[in-house]
Write a protein that binds this ligand. Sequence first.
Ligand code: NDP
Ligand code: 8X3
Length: 267
Amino acid sequence: AKHLAGKTVIITGASSGIGRSTAFEFARTAPSNGLKLVLTARRIDVLQQISAEIAKETDNGVKVFPAKLDVGESSAVAKFVSSLPEEFRDIHVLVNNAGLVKGVAKAPDIAEEDINTMFQTNVMGLINMTQAILPIFKSRGVDGGAGDIINVGSIAGREPYVGGSIYCATKAAVRSFTDSLRKELIATRIRVIELDPGQVETEFSLVRFNGDKSKADAVYAGCEPLTPDDIAEVVVFTASRRQNVVVADTLIFPNHQASATIMHRKM
Ligand code: NDP
Ligand code: 8X3
C-alpha cells in the first residue's frame, strides 16, 4: 500500500460496523512509513477503545486520533478540522460512512423525527463533511496529490423498496451528490468514489429496529450477509490505487443477493 504512505485518513461513523472495520483495515494496510487515522462518531468512549485496540494490534507506526463528532451538526463539522491536533489536520482521504436507517414504516406513517434524523445524518452529514474537507484537498493542488472522497451509499440508493422510502431517498441523494461532485471536480485530481453495499451484518438493523435483536436477526435469517471487513477491504483498495485510478462506483453484494429485495434464503 505504498500509495497510502504518509497520508491522513478521516472516517465518519468509525465506532461500529463498516467504519470500525475500515479503521482496522487502514491500520493493517498502512505502510511502514506511517499513516494517520482520525476516527469520528458520537460514541467517543467506543472510539477510544478502538484506538487502543489498533495501537495494540499494529506496530507499523500508525497514529490514531479519536474525536467526537455528530456529522449532522453543521457548526461542529465546520469547526472540526481546526480543532484537531496539528499533525492530524493534513487530511488526504475522507471516508463518508456515518449513516443510519430508522424503522420500516411506510411513507404516510413515518415520524417526522425519523425523517429528519435520516436526512440530517445520511445527506446533510455527508455534505457537511465534504464541504469541510474539500478546501484542504483543493489547497494541496493538482500536483500535490489532491485527495479522495469515499462515500458509502447503498443498494437502497439505486433501488427503492417498500418500507424504505426515506432511507432510499437519502441514499439516492448521496448517489446524485457524489456524481455531481465527481463532475464538478474533474480538473482537480480529487478522486470521488462511491461504494454501494448490499446486505452487511453490522449494528445497522439493530439501529433500524431500535435495539430489537430478534427483529434485526430476522433480516439475515437463512442468508449469509457480508461482513463489515468485506466492505472495509474495498474501501482501502480504492484509496490505495495509484492516483490515476478512480474506482468510481461499486455495487457489492453477498452471494445470495441479487437486488435490494431479492435474497435467496436457506430456511
Ligand atoms: P452501524 O450502525 O454498525 O454503524 C453506523 C455508524 O454511523 C456508527 O459508527 C455510528 O456511530 C455512526 N453514526 C450514526 N449517526 C451519526 C451521526 N449523526 N454522526 C456521526 N456518526 C454517526 O451500521 P453500518 O456500519 O452498516 O453503516 C455504515 C454505513 O453503511 C451507513 O451509511 C449505512 O447506511 C451504509 N450501509 C449499510 C448497509 C448494511 O447492510 N449494513 C448496506 C449498505 C449501506 P455513533 O452511533 O457512535 O455516532
Ligand atoms: C442497507 C441495505 O437494502 O437494507 O443500506 O437498505 S438495505
